[in-house]
Design a protein around this ligand. Sequence first.
Ligand code: ATP
Ligand code: MG
Length: 231
Amino acid sequence: MNRTRTGIPGLDKLLEGGFPEASTILLAGPPGTGKTIFGLQFLYNGIVDNGEPGVLIQLGEFPKSLYWYAEEFAWDFSELQKQKSLSIYSFDPKDYYSFAPKTLKSQVLDKLQKLIETLKVKRLVVDSITPLRPSISDEYEYETTLHYMINFFKEMNLTALLVADEEKRERYSTEAHIVDGVLHIDFEKNADEKQWDKKLRIEKMEATNFPMAWYPVNINTRVGISVRPFT
Ligand SMILES: Nc1ncnc2c1ncn2[C@@H]1O[C@H](COP(=O)(O)OP(=O)(O)OP(=O)(O)O)[C@@H](O)[C@H]1O
Ligand SMILES: [Mg+2]
């Protein structure tokens, strides 16, 4: 099986080389755990290290904040956009209804398909899927939207990362069932109880023999996010 390397230091080793190609992965965690950084780094590494163009779909993240991250971690997104290896779609809250099953294809997927085929896109990140549920009338329609989206990603042979904000919506059990893999980032009080550390766990990954453990996570200026193996 082909693997899509995340390029996140420490993570690919735990995933037998990376996410299964054309899989859809849910990345869930509370605010401030590094989900956006993870997603951007996944796209950046894809383009720079693997020559795999990417698409970022922003829902509920302010488009401008992307350039703060670019500066902090030295990811030149403007240049990648100019080269057309990175494409960004920012949806305004008034347009979230486009993701309802009735309009998803005509208003979102058809446009994406053109772009994906023209630019040979391989990776896609949705940051985040959380605003979608309240914008779609009921749970059944929401599940249908997720199914349509994931089927579309697979047809397009994309490896996709869906960011999910915990706290606003605590359990992502519906989503976790539908996707091929689940990563969870969380906070933990360290041993002296004075500081919060970040940790990551792989909860599900199709076709992968992964360790069932929490791993310490670091975020550093210029480096980005990394996962530390136990020593
Ligand atoms: N230079 C840095 N050094 C260390 N930690 C940093 C640095 N920059 C950001 N962080 C950490 O990253 C966090 C922000 O990461 P990010 O924006 O990816 O979080 P998020 O999970 O997407 O949050 P939200 O759910 O609010 O969107 C900060 O709260 C901080 O803990
Ligand atoms: Mg975020």
